[in-house]
Design a protein around this ligand. Structure first.
Ligand code: NAG
Length: 188
């Protein structure tokens, strides 16, 4: 525990295997917004039926994929912004995820970090775990989903953190979502 405290204070990665990120952070969901397709394109992935519910502010609802999303024609990117003082002054963070083919992005980058939050068959059946390619069309649920940071990087900024997910087909944005969370330290 002492080692964890020291490494956190120094902003170095935790050195002890027992120090999961969830021991450091409380992550509260503040806002969820769906992003529609750009004007000249059709929305092919639709997050507009997802809401924040209950006192614990969980994500709940359904998401729709309108057509199979193959690695050849679809990409996804994630941009992160941070508001360290919670005063609405958002800044881009350096660790954006570049635009990658959808299946590759979920299998290699997004899935591994998301797997403690998106638990297949428990709080979701969204095909974001990197197991299926193409991402099959269909309607998927998200049930009282809270953020679980066990698989997050050990260095996260405190304050507001916004993740903006954009899905693109042949150069056109066809839908996405943005999620704003508030991250506080459990150690202070
Ligand atoms: C949660 O989402 C499901 C659909 O997946 C819906 O049937 C249910 O009414 C929602 N619950 C609340 C409290 O909104």
């Amino acid at each position: 525990m002492l080692a964890c405290l020291i490494t956190v204070r120094l902003s170095l990665p935790c050195c002890l295997p027992a120090c999961q990120a969830s021991h450091y952070y409380d992550v509260q969901i503040e806002r969820f917004e769906h992003l529609p397709a750009e004007q000249s394109a059709e929305t092919l992935i639709d997050f507009s039926d997802i809401r924040i519910i209950g006192r614990e502010r969980a994500l709940n609802g359904t998401m729709r994929i309108v057509e199979d999303m193959s690695n050849e024609h679809f990409t996804v990117s994630v941009d992160f912004q941070t508001d360290p003082l919670n005063n609405g002054y958002w800044r881009n963070m350096v660790f954006a995820l570049p635009s990658l083919p959808v299946c590759t992005a979920f299998a290699t980058l997004i899935g591994p970090y998301g797997k403690s939050t998106l638990v297949q068959g428990v709080n979701t059946d969204m095909p974001f775990d990197g197991q299926q390619c193409p991402l099959p069309r269909g309607t998927y649920y998200m049930k009282r989903l809270l953020m679980n940071t066990d698989t997050w990087p050990r260095i996260m900024p405190f304050g507001g953190l916004k993740g903006i997910f954009r899905f693109v087909k042949r150069g056109k944005m066809i839908g996405g979502c943005s999620l704003i969370t508030s991250i506080t330290s459990k150690l202070s």
